[in-house]
Design a protein around this ligand. Structure first.
Ligand SMILES: Cc1ncc(COP(=O)(O)O)c(C=O)c1O
Length: 330
């Protein structure tokens, strides 16, 4: 079943795929592929989950963070260019897709090619979305998906390595299975990992892929619900989190920005009083205590997102009654 899940992920993403234990494991396999080690720098988005950069840091790399473009919320291309110009050849760029939206893959590829730096796409949050028609993760040297419990499709925990280069995926699959040589006895030229997805979860992944179109339809309807609900309440001043091409996003999470932190906090508090969970957007990585000494290019745009942004209930299982309860709080 896990081989079948690989095939189906390959068809979805129009490339080769290997299903593994998590998105973080997938990133770790790609850092091993690139030979990331102590003394390297890795350039990445500041507005993302810590797992985007965690595996590189475990290998001793120094992260360099880049602010977002205010018009898209995604990594700023002019600031990325500045980082690439300043840093003598970072080991790679890891660009993170965000909240159901893909980065501009064409532009990122052109920029990374100009500086001859490998591009990895963290497409954990964009499974099912497209970038000018290209499927999520269809860019750069390789990409990763996540099927964690909160993702658009889930295997309870899981992820995948994706690449147009079959050799990269083949090596990821090999490393994920203890780097065992293809001989009858146990032979190892390199130390690998036990990262391969189990067959049972592969079966769950296949079943989830069947449901993906329905889930995306529901996610988009939930986003439209919030758009209408906030349009009817102009005093709240809420606007959707920036998105370059809303029709290409899955709207995995419905995220809105409020005019001030106080309004955002008041909305979150009102929801919490009704036992409805909401959450601020990602705390920028350059503000995380563990990264306090790391370089950041820009930073104020993502700080504003963190201060004023709210991720609203977005589960595909939300019923009309649930949405009515949320609207009553607003
Ligand atoms: C952007 C991003 N990268 C990586 C991960 C890590 O994936 P996983 O939880 O499957 O290890 C996540 C989510 O969990 C994520 O949102």
């Amino acid at each position: 079943m896990v081989d079948e899940f690989d095939r189906r992920l390959g068809a979805l993403s129009r490339q080769h795929a290997a299903a593994v234990a998590s998105g973080t494991a997938a990133l770790d396999l790609l850092m091993a592929e690139l030979g990331v080690s102590s003394g390297d720098s890795v350039v990445t988005s500041s507005l993302t989950f810590v797992a985007t950069i965690g595996p590189a840091v475990h290998r001793g790399a120094t992260p360099v963070f880049v602010d977002s473009d205010p018009a898209t919320g995604l990594i700023s291309l002019p600031l990325l260019q500045r980082a690439l110009r300043d840093k003598r050849k970072p080991k790679c760029v890891i660009a993170a897709d965000l909240y159901g939206q893909c980065c501009d893959y064409d532009a990122l590829e052109a920029l990374c090619a100009e500086y001859d730096v490998p591009l990895i796409v963290d497409a954990a949050e964009s499974v099912g979305a497209t970038s000018k028609g290209r499927p999520a993760g269809h860019a750069g040297l390789a990409a990763v998906y996540s099927f964690n419990g909160n993702k658009i499709i889930t295997t309870s925990g899981g992820g995948a390595v994706l690449s147009r280069d079959p050799e990269i995926v083949c090596r990821a699959r090999w490393r994920a299975q203890q780097a065992r040589e293809p001989v009858q006895w146990y032979e190892h030229r390199e130390i690998g990992f036990n990262y391969r997805m189990s067959n049972l979860l592969g079966a769950l992944g296949c079943a989830q892929l069947d449901r993906l179109p329905t889930i995306i339809r529901r996610k988009r309807r939930i986003f439209e619900f919030y758009e209408k609900a906030f349009a009817a309440r102009p005093k709240l001043g809420a606007v959707p989190f920036p998105c370059a091409a809303p029709e290409e996003s899955t709207h995995w999470l419905s995220v809105f920005l409020f005019p001030t932190p106080a309004v955002r906090d008041a909305v979150a508090a009102r929801l919490a009083a009704a036992n409805i969970e909401s959450r601020p957007v990602w705390k920028p990585l350059h503000l995380q205590p563990t990264f306090r000494n790391c370089r950041v290019y820009g930073g104020t745009i993502v700080e504003d997102f963190f201060n004023c942004g709210l991720c609203l209930p977005s589960g595909a299982g939300l019923t009309r009654k649930d949405l009515a309860r949320i609207e009553a709080c607003l």
